[in-house]
Design a protein around this ligand. Structure first.
Ligand SMILES: *[C@@H]1O[C@H](CO)[C@@H](O)[C@H](O)[C@H]1NC(C)=O
Ligand SMILES: *[C@@H]1O[C@H](CO)[C@@H](O)[C@H](O)[C@H]1NC(C)=O
Length: 176
């Protein structure tokens, strides 16, 4: 072999090695992500979301993955709480503000509690806290679901997606 083909062979070997190493490292969480998403209503959304969320992809065990789904749910709830906060003075939304603000504030708190309870190995209480978040999304849906103004329509869309995040967290906590 010439030295350049030697070199080519060596580089190929290294690339191949890195490839295998990389796939075994991510294997554990791929399997865990599948096991969660297979039990979630919106399977495709779950797969797309978790495989694009670095803390979920890099989770090396199911407990870390569960915590990642709770962090994700909390982040998403905070985003929506922030959106609602911006509607306080919106004339068409004013009379729905209080209910929606309270509901989203409550979802953020539920996720925060669940996250702490998982830390304390109390997955049963965590599971309960995640589940009651559906009461809050239902209040939002009952409050603004029939409205035709832009703010309500946006918040309705965001609330339906929020339920997908709640579903992911609820299923995940059950796997711990
Ligand atoms: C939103 O709701 C929370 C919880 O009830 C409350 O503490 C907060 O003051 C409310 N925000 C506004 C702007 O009313
Ligand atoms: C939760 O469980 C883990 C693993 O069994 C243990 O290391 C940890 O100390 C426990 N935490 C609490 C707060 O009980």
């Amino acid at each position: 072999m010439t030295s350049s083909s030697n070199c080519f062979f060596f580089v190929s070997l290294v690339v191949l090695l890195l490839f295998f190493l990389g796939s075994t490292l991510t294997m554990a969480s791929t399997k865990d992500i599948d096991s969660i998403c297979n039990s979630v209503g919106n399977k495709n959304f779950c797969q797309q979301t978790l495989t694009a969320y670095p803390p979920a992809v890099s989770a090396t065990n199911i407990a870390k993955l569960v915590k990642a789904t709770l962090d994700l749910g909390m982040t998403e709830a905070k985003k929506r709480a922030g959106f609602v906060a911006g509607l306080e003075k919106e004339p068409t939304f004013k009379k729905y503000f209080k209910m929606c603000n309270e509901s989203y504030t409550s979802i953020v708190l539920n996720f925060r509690s669940a996250r702490l309870e998982i830390e304390d190995n109390d997955s049963e209480t965590a599971s309960y806290d995640i589940a009651v978040s559906y009461d809050d999304t239902n209040i939002v849906k009952d409050t603004i679901g029939k409205n035709t103004d832009k703010a309500s329509k946006s918040l309705m869309e965001m609330t339906l997606v929020m339920e997908d995040f709640i579903n992911i967290a609820f299923v995940a906590v059950d796997k711990i």
